[in-house]
Design a protein around this ligand. Structure first.
Ligand code: ATP
Length: 300
């Protein structure tokens, strides 16, 4: 009886592993600049980044089902500054982050980095200049060391440890059974949400790219973990051009510029101080509803 159902069980396990492999391959491609369907233009040059200013000019976009997601979206993220995108769920904030990395191309309008249209540069040179920290904080099969090294495959062990220290991850890593060699992922140790986030921040630090894209987590962490993640993020944002899909009040309040997006359009731009004064503005409404809670300024 055991042998009779064993192959089916093995098959089931194989299927799970295959699915996982697909997910991993896609995530690895996102980080390691492998091929995808957005082709380089003929004669595309390498992106040359100076300050890393990012500009959207009248960008229209839909995911292919005909429903417009972004409508003539225009804004500028200044070099070396932090720009926070806020707005209701479904407004198009994460889509903006995807378009900057050319996971998709606009249907019209342009996206410029230091005045170069990203359509006309090689994708690999574009992604080399970008570190992306997503709210899921993915970990791959492998050691903690491997997971940080995904940020830049030729990083030395010393550089990885330095990045982990800056990301407030070094201490908890040392407490694991095999330190930096401790396996994580499906067959490894389970890290808490805050620990995973700090590993992915270390990955971004080791990448050392001038542009940082951050999709901030919506799920609340406990206070200590929250403080460590926030502190690590502040360090990685320093000196870089950062665009953050912001959910935390502290991130939004500290941003150099806030872009309020609703229904794929920019409805307001300013700082926390200037936007809070516009009593009937969308930001003031979002802000009011967020009062008291440390996360989620989203309305609806
Ligand atoms: P949230 O704060 O909830 O993450 P958001 O402002 O980031 O929202 P987006 O994730 O950019 O919004 O989504 C904008 C719109 O595009 C939504 O209507 C969403 O359903 C749709 N959308 C997002 N991703 C895809 C996709 N891969 N395929 C089709 N539609 C999508």
């Amino acid at each position: 009886l055991l042998f009779a159902y064993d192959p089916a069980k093995r098959l089931a396990r194989l299927k799970v592993n295959l699915e996982k492999a697909v997910v991993n391959a896609r995530m690895i491609y996102e980080i390691l600049d492998m091929e995808d369907k957005q082709r380089d233009a003929a004669g595309a040059a390498a992106l040359v980044v100076d300050g890393g200013e990012i500009e959207f000019e009248n960008v229209d976009f839909n995911y292919g089902d005909g429903t417009a997601v972004l409508h003539a979206l225009s804004f500028k993220a200044d070099s070396h500054k932090t720009t926070a995108l806020v707005g209701p769920s479904g407004a198009g904030k994460s889509t903006v982050i995807s378009l900057i990395q050319r996971f998709y191309d606009p249907s019209s309008g342009s996206i410029l980095i230091d005045s170069q249209n990203i359509d006309n540069v090689t994708k690999s040179s574009l992604r080399q200049q970008i570190a992306f920290v997503s709210q899921q904080a993915y970990l791959f099969e492998g050691s903690i060391m491997d997971n940080i090294r995904y940020g830049r495959p030729d990083a030395t062990d010393a550089e990885i440890i330095k990045a982990a220290e800056l990301a407030n991850a070094h201490q908890f890593i040392l407490q694991q059974s095999a330190g930096y060699d401790t396996p994580v992922g499906e067959n490894g140790v389970t890290l808490s949400g805050g620990q995973r986030q700090r590993v992915s921040i270390a990955r971004a630090i080791v990448r050392n790219a001038p542009i940082l894209l951050l999709d901030e987590a919506t799920s609340a962490l406990d206070n200590e973990s929250e403080r460590l993640v926030q502190d690590a993020l502040e360090k990685v944002m320093k000196g870089r051009t950062t665009i953050v899909v912001a959910h935390r009040l502290s991130t939004i309040v500290n941003a150099d510029k806030i872009i309020v997006i609703n229904d794929g359009q920019v409805v307001e731009t300013g700082t926390h101080a200037s936007l809070s004064k516009k009593k009937n503005g969308m930001y003031a409404r979002l802000n009011h509803l967020g009062k008291g809670g440390k996360a989620a300024l989203d309305i609806e």
